[in-house]
Design a protein around this ligand. Structure first.
Ligand code: BGC
Length: 928
């Protein structure tokens, strides 16, 4: 009996274990479902023709996808079996990213549910994924019943810096009644200006400076908020604070733009669905009331904010307020020519708080705080004050040698906030409608009887709210500081649009700066949607009348009607970079016509293939021949730069046409590129591959080589001349904005990686570490913005937070850590670190690729090279072990042998090249 029981128990456990391993064996469902440029369950979505992406799980049963099926329905209950919107049916395809939706066009407000399954390499189906959803925003102007409303603040505006008009910020409110139980409610809202909206006294969102900056005379982005839980049956109050922002502020320069400094306005439509199915809509219209007598007296992006607590209006955001003394608003119709479209990338938010300020100096009346990091955003101030006193809050990026503020580089930007106290005690204040670029904060006007405390100031870091996308670290402290400076430079300058700098009277969407930094930005942050949104603004800004001119900056508030080579080419280069990093073809489709028109702009201004257009050339190259402003353009001649970029853009347009299957254009632009290259070589290079110019520059060789503009024999010689130039500079870089990002790529292609290491690790001017040695915590505009020995660069154009030179970050990921995309979107990866033990013993990088996390991490210890790498599902990788002793190679603790997952592609005395399937591998090689 006992024995029988034991046998039974044994049989039961076998069955149970079998069951368990059966579930473990199942092909696990896909995860991380997103639509278009990486949106997860968005509300107020912008695109009626989205694409779908998902990730395969990391599992030994899932290496590749052989097929997929997507189902889309109007309700969760219909999935997966009765999808009433679209069923892709089983598609034999490995594509798991950016699959086009092919159902009928989606409509404004539509709520859509979707899920996906895949079949693995053995044609085994997965479970269906979780159900994801999205809801569209108001896609067309005709969806809006609201009017633009606001007070006429232009009438009694104030003259500010350089006599620019400053509008008084407005407080707008509307009370309304809901006589029914609310089922759901959406608030659609935007502004010509920037706003903060409240419902029944509660903030609707934590967005900073919405709706952000677009070319307002073409398009204004709208926001959608779910306000179901903020509404009450009975009386309700909508309350909006409104300020000039980009639209009506000095940053827009007040030229004949944006209706000539028109007064800010809001547009707002609250759509409520009740439990009984009826609906009600509250819109901005003539019934709204407004005042300019609220506490925010003035607010400008460049100049700061003035807040008078004596004018606070308690309860004005709630029902318990009498607005009978407020004015009626003026109204304005929406017009067809200005498109209202849902915001297509993340809003700006406060993403971090620096809480570790240090007091660096104090007098009886003022204190200076060091945030220990050059940052962008606003301070949160908690300071004791006396009634009636004015606190002034000043900012600077660095101090002068006597400890006072260096603010010359803010130029005309006042960048100062003021707070007027209404009573004695600790005040708490965070400016709302401005932002500053700073490391140091000086306050004066506080209660001098209290001794200053370092917790009086916190730093709210603000930028577009993208996720982190990658990490890079190494065994070298200064290299890690460089990575930190690069990422802080990005956070500081990706504030709704890509800006040149965050602190002076500029903060504009300079296209050249963006062009050089976008790949590095995409390694570090998930900025796919950010860039594609800005590219839409670029398309809207490209001029028709001048055959495709792309202005220097987007949005174009300078209106100079000029373009620059290396800057306007952003319209070709950025889409191409985005495609290569994400694999998303829609970015090429959307921007192809713009790119062609830009090449056309060169063509119409060309004689014998040499465009005679304007150029900032190799901006801020070190040691220019001429001094001062003229020298800012460096020594690589304008016509040279124009022709090189003309050829490069034509070449990329040909490649883009190839990807899009437009064979005629592919051939046509390839022929054009070849013709320009021939003319370029003829005009600028002699038969020995030498640049025909008295002044030789590194950048002239770099552009010619990287853009592939020389015949093979000329190129070999040009490479020698480049090396000579670098040698003459004692292994220092000699490049400005255009040459710097391609310097590592060219030297890498030439097999001169060790030289690139030497240049990168140089401590003396000009070099990346030079600014670090002078105390930089962000990238600087100039290689010599400041030095301990000589102080600040005498030119006031001297930003200490300018990201262009951070473009080396891409190479740090791709080559120092060794993680790169070999095919668009990382469908194939290259893991090929190139160590140089003179400088480093370890480096690693990880990137959240469209297929999942990939990483490459190496170290060298006691003559052994260790490489650990993660290759995500549905990709393959070329892994290059940078040592050739294949007999000494082991993987995952065993001597290396080829397997289904690891195949040798080739090996020689220098390296072993392996093709690897998805998985985690630990390679190890004794290279001695
Ligand atoms: C900006 C740049 C920009 C340059 C063009 C400067 O004022 O700050 O970064 O690219 O002008 O020359």
């Amino acid at each position: 009996m006992k024995h029988k029981f034991l046998v039974l128990k044994f049989a039961f456990s076998i069955f149970f274990i079998g069951m368990l391993s059966c579930t473990q064996d199942a092909v696990v469902k896909p995860n991380q479902l997103t639509i278009s440029e990486g949106f997860e369950n968005p509300m107020g979505f912008y695109n009626s023709k989205p694409t779908f992406s998902w990730k395969l799980p990391t599992s030994k049963h899932v290496k590749f996808q052989s097929a997929y099926q997507i189902v889309v329905a109007s309700s969760e209950d219909l999935l997966p079996n009765n999808p009433d919107i679209w069923d892709s049916k089983k598609q034999e395809s490995s594509q798991s990213t950016f699959v086009n939706y092919q159902g009928s066009e989606l409509q404004s407000r539509q709520k859509v549910y979707w899920q996906v399954k895949y079949w693995n390499q053995d044609n085994e189906p997965s479970e269906w994924s979780e159900i994801n959803h999205f809801e569209l925003g108001l896609l067309k102007n005709s969806d809006w019943k609201a009017h633009w409303v606001g007070l006429d603040t232009a009438k009694d505006s104030i003259k500010g810096v350089r006599n620019f008009l400053m509008h008084r910020p407005q407080y707008l409110r509307k009370e309304f009644e809901l006589n029914n139980q609310v089922e759901s409610a959406r608030l659609y809202i935007t502004a010509k200006g920037v706003f903060d909206v409240h419902l029944n006294g509660q903030g609707v969102s934590d967005d900073v400076l919405p709706p952000g900056w677009t070319p307002y005379s073409h398009r204004i982005e709208t926001l959608t908020y779910n306000v179901t839980n903020l509404l009450e049956s009975g009386q309700n109050t909508l309350a909006v604070e409104l300020a000039s922002g980009w639209h009506s502020g000095r940053i827009s320069r007040g030229k004949a733009l944006y209706e000539n400094f028109a007064s800010p306005k809001i547009l707002c439509q609250l759509e409520v669905t009740f439990k009984d199915g009826t609906k009600s809509t509250i819109v901005s219209d003539a019934s709204w009331k407004g005042t300019t007598n609220g506490p925010i007296r003035l607010a400008g992006l460049y100049d700061g904010e003035v807040y008078d607590a004596n004018l606070e209006m308690p309860k004005w955001k709630t029902n318990a307020f009498d607005d009978s003394s407020w004015k009626s608003v003026e109204t304005e119709n929406i017009v067809d020519s200005v498109k209202l479209e849902p915001k297509r990338h993340e809003t700006v938010k406060t993403t971090a708080v620096l809480e570790d300020a240090e007091i660096v100096s104090a007098t009886e009346s003022s204190v200076v705080f060091d945030m220990k990091q050059n940052m962008v955003g606003v301070p949160k101030v908690q300071v004791p004050m006396k009634k009636g006193d004015t606190l002034s809050i000043r900012f600077s990026e660095m101090l002068l040698s006597d400890g006072t503020f260096y603010t010359e580089n803010y130029r005309s930007a006042k960048s100062t906030d003021y707070y007027i106290a209404a009573q004695d005690g600790i005040i708490e204040y965070t400016p709302k409608f401005t932002f500053h670029g700073f490391q140091f904060v000086e306050i004066s006007g506080f209660d001098a009887s209290v001794s200053p405390n370092s917790n009086w100031i916190k730093g709210l870091v603000q930028h577009s709210d993208f996720e982190k996308n990658g990490t890079f670290t190494s065994s070298h402290k200064k290299l890690n500081q460089l990575q930190s400076n690069i990422t802080w430079g990005l956070r500081g300058n990706l504030l709704d649009i890509p800006t040149d700098c965050p602190q002076r009277d500029e903060r504009l969407g300079w296209t050249g700066d963006a062009q050089v930094i976008s790949p590095t930005a995409m390694f570090n942050y998930d900025t796919h949607a950010f860039w594609t949104a800005w590219l839409q603004s670029m398309r809207e800004t490209q001029t028709e009348h001048d055959d495709g001119l792309i202005p220097f900056i987007v949005p174009d508030v300078l209106q100079r009607n000029k373009a620059s080579s290396g800057w306007g080419d952003a319209c070709v280069i950025i889409p191409w970079d985005i495609y290569n990093i994400t694999g998303d073809k829609t970015v090429l489709e959307a921007n192809f016509e713009m790119a062609k028109k830009w090449v056309g702009y060169y063509q119409t201004n060309t004689k014998d293939y040499i465009p005679n257009t304007h150029s900032f050339a190799d901006w801020l190259q070190p040691y220019p021949e001429k001094d001062g402003k003229i020298g800012n353009r460096g020594d690589t001649p304008r016509l040279f730069v124009n022709t090189a970029y003309f050829a490069h853009s034509a070449h990329l347009v040909s490649k883009i046409a190839g990807v899009l299957g437009k064979t005629d254009d592919q051939k046509k632009y390839n022929a054009l590129y070849k013709a320009i290259a021939a003319a370029f070589e003829e005009k600028f290079f002699d038969e020995n591959g030498k640049f025909k110019n008295k002044k030789q520059t590194q950048t002239s060789y770099l552009l010619a080589i990287y853009f592939d503009l020389l015949k093979p024999e000329t190129k070999v010689n040009a490479q020698k001349h480049l090396l000579e130039e670098i040698k003459k500079a004692d292994n220092h870089l000699g490049t400005g904005f255009l040459g710097t990002p391609i310097l590592p790529k060219v030297l890498d292609d030439m097999g001169e990686i060790d030289l690139m290491y030497k240049i990168l690790f140089k401590e003396t001017y000009p070099s990346w570490f030079y600014s670090i040695n002078q105390g930089a915590t962000t990238m600087w505009e100039r290689w010599n913005s400041y030095s301990k020995a000589k102080g600040y660069n005498p030119q006031s154009m001297n930003s200490l937070n300018h990201y262009a030179y951070g473009a080396v970050g891409q190479w740090m990921y791709e080559r120092i850590a060794g993680l790169a995309a070999l095919e668009p979107g990382y469908k194939k990866l290259r893991i090929a670190p190139k160590p140089n033990t003179d400088f480093l013993t370890a480096a690693s990088a990880s990137v959240n690729t469209p297929y999942g996390e990939a990483s490459s991490s190496w170290k060298i210890e006691n003559g052994i090279f260790y490489l650990e790498t993660v290759i995500p599902p549905n990709t393959t990788a070329e892994v290059v072990i940078p040592y050739g002793k294949i007999d000494n190679l082991s993987v995952n603790g065993r001597l290396f042998e080829e397997s289904a997952n690891l195949k040798i592609e080739n090996s020689d005395a220098e390296l072993v090249k392996i093709i690897a399937n998805p998985g985690t591998y630990k390679f190890q090689i004794n290279y001695n």
